[in-house]
Design a protein around this ligand. Structure first.
Ligand code: SF4
Ligand code: MG
Length: 284
């Protein structure tokens, strides 16, 4: 049986000391071991950005793709080899700007991939520009007088796009983050996990301290029900999206693989892809 050490390799990350992405790497390694994977059962696909380097730092199959395209590649990997556990990863710039079309359509397609976003509210690799997750008024080199665009409420958007698994965590909370990733891997269908992962070098607003002061853990909300879509959206709006934990899960929603005729039996490349009519009729 593997431990998290089996998912380590000998490549030293070149993230800045204190970058939130270190914890995400550690959490993925721990979660993979905790759910019983071996390195050869896992593929980590990433996009471009500081966070995109993560696929090279984990001892598993890995693919460092191009900007905003981690999801098309990850979905292709999963469809080609359904026995692999596939994690797609990247940053908020990668996934919610150039990659946003893929994010929304991967959510509604519901292929069994776990998507982990390292959300630092900025572009770090290119040395600090406003991202789709930067709040209005956020000052960077690209918005010296403050951003005049609003931040995307990405969790609400994921829920409205039909996501069956929506969760959020924080790099400083390794225990919760590891548990959330385990739950995401075990969920059958697309799992969307957003992680507040501070950029200590370029984002001097959304710091570890800022998150600690502002985050509300869903565990602390009495009676919170993650199977209620309405409660999930209301809670997110009430706390300006700054909640962590399992926000919403629908275990009944069939995955893409379950709806494609014959996909379970033989590799997709050998299949005549048609919807299994009876299954589909039952869903309507
Ligand atoms: Fe992390 Fe920011 Fe440094 Fe990039 S620039 S490695 S996001 S701290
Ligand atoms: Mg970013």
């Amino acid at each position: 049986m593997s431990t998290f050490k089996d998912f380590r390799n000998n490549i030293k990350p070149n993230w800045c000391p204190g970058c939130g992405d270190f914890s995400v790497q550690a959490a993925i390694q721990r979660a993979a071991a905790n759910v019983g994977l071996e390195p050869e059962n896992l593929a980590v696909v990433s996009g471009i950005g500081c966070s995109g380097r993560i696929s090279g730092y984990i001892n598993s199959y890995g693919f460092h793709g191009i900007h905003g395209r981690s999801l098309p590649i990850a979905q292709g990997v999963k469809m080609a080899n359904r026995d692999l556990t596939v994690i797609a990863s990247g940053g908020d710039g990668d996934g919610f700007a150039i990659g946003m079309g893929h994010t929304v359509h991967a959510i509604r397609r519901n292929i069994d991939v776990t998507y982990i976003v390292m959300d630092n509210q900025i572009y770090g690799l290119t040395k600090g520009q406003t991202s789709p997750r930067s709040e209005m008024g956020f000052k960077t080199k690209s918005t010296p007088t403050g951003s005049i665009e609003s931040a995307i409420g990405i969790m609400e958007l994921a829920i409205s796009a039909g996501a069956g698994f929506v969760a959020q965590s924080f790099s400083s909370d390794l225990k919760e983050l590891t548990s959330i990733i385990e739950q995401g891997i075990n969920h059958k269908g697309f799992s969307f996990i957003n992680v507040f992962s501070p950029c200590v070098t370029f984002n001097k607003v959304n710091t570890y301290e800022w998150f600690k002061e502002n985050i509300v853990k869903l565990d602390s909300i009495e009676g919170y029900d993650p199977t209620s879509r309405a409660q999930a959206v209301n809670t997110l709006m009430e706390h300006n999206g700054l909640v962590t934990g399992l926000i919403y899960q629908n275990k009944e929603r069939p995955s893409y693989e379950q709806l494609v005729h014959g996909f379970k039996e033989t590799p997709l490349v050998n299949q005549d892809i048609t919807l299994e009519k009876d299954t589909f009729d039952q869903l309507l």
